[in-house]
Ligand binder design. Structure first.
Ligand SMILES: NS(=O)(=O)c1c(F)c(F)c(S(=O)(=O)CCO)c(N[C@H]2CCc3ccccc32)c1F
Ligand SMILES: [Zn+2]
Length: 261
């Protein structure tokens, strides 16, 4: 293993825990967060978020999700505090959602599934020279997860929704000059945090997950707008971009900490 440091963490079925242990894939994501099993940690600091809206670059459909990418060449959009030892730079955010409102999120809370989940991906530019290197290291990434629930119209999200028709097909991109993603993060400071992984290839166990307790509310039309995106490129047989979430992974020997009692 040492030589290649390659490991393969993708199974499902009863033997997954044994195989995961053999391949030491012991911190995969997403997981179900059992509220009563989470441990309040009084030493957890408040998460400090400071984004510069002008670091926003573009929105693109990469055939898995739609992502909004940021200029991460300097410490202009960063998070620090919370469970983090260093400052992390915002690289991109993206969403996961279902074909219908009954499912779509990656994490669940007491087995409750939300219709969608926002992930803001940050990397440890204090310790690692590039994002690609940070992706391979245990403390390389920090992802803020925010649940979306069906409810009131979300003004901030609508700016993204209005741009989606322009990125309907895989590998389409449009410029997106100014956007402050903190409008998508609930003001309630409460979160859970645990050591996990990316939920897409390379599935590396490099993510400190910070899952906000409070969801944001979005309306039906806004969720429907996500579902009109396509996994497929222009000219291919259309496949709607829905159900782009990974199944729940075994908790193994992990504790989920909460920032609140
Ligand atoms: N749920 S998640 O937070 O684990 C997560 C995703 F779910 C997801 F879809 C993506 S992606 O960029 O759309 C697809 C490439 O992996 C990323 N992107 C990251 C992962 C690897 C990588 C490499 C270059 C740029 C961005 C990313 C991701 F971190
Ligand atoms: Zn994600």
């Amino acid at each position: 293993w040492e030589l290649t440091k390659k490991k393969f963490c993708f199974w499902s079925g009863p033997e997954e825990k044994i195989l995961a242990t053999l391949a030491d894939c012991t911190r995969q994501s997403p997981i179900n967060i059992q509220w009563r099993d989470s441990i309040y940690d009084p030493f957890l600091k408040p998460l400090k978020i400071s984004y510069d809206p002008t670091t926003c670059l573009h929105i693109w459909n990469n055939g898995y999700s739609f992502l909004v990418e940021f200029d991460d060449s300097a410490d202009r959009s960063v998070i620090t505090g919370g469970p983090l030892e260093n400052q992390y730079r915002l690289k991109q955010f993206h969403f996961h959602w279902g074909a219908i409102n009954e499912w779509g999120s990656e994490h669940t809370v007491d087995s409750k599934v939300y219709p969608a989940e926002l992930h803001l991906v940050h990397w440890n530019a204090v310790v690692y020279p590039t994002f690609e290197e940070a992706v391979m290291e245990g403390n390389g990434l920090a992802v803020i997860g925010v649940f979306l629930k069906l409810g009131e119209h979300h003004e901030g999200l609508q700016m993204l929704v209005d741009a989606l028709p322009a990125v309907k097909h895989k590998d389409t991109v449009i410029e997106f000059d100014v956007f402050d993603p903190s409008c998508l993060i609930p003001s309630c400071p409460d979160y859970w945090t645990y050591a996990g992984s990316l939920t897409t290839p390379p599935l590396t166990e490099s993510v400190t997950w910070i899952i906000k307790k409070k969801p944001i509310e979005v309306d039906e039309n806004q969720l429907e707008a996500f579902r009109m995106l396509l996994f497929t490129s222009d000219g291919e047989e259309e496949k709607r971009m829905v159900d782009n979430f990974r199944p729940l992974q075994p908790l193994m020997n992990r504790t989920v900490r909460s920032s609140f009692q």
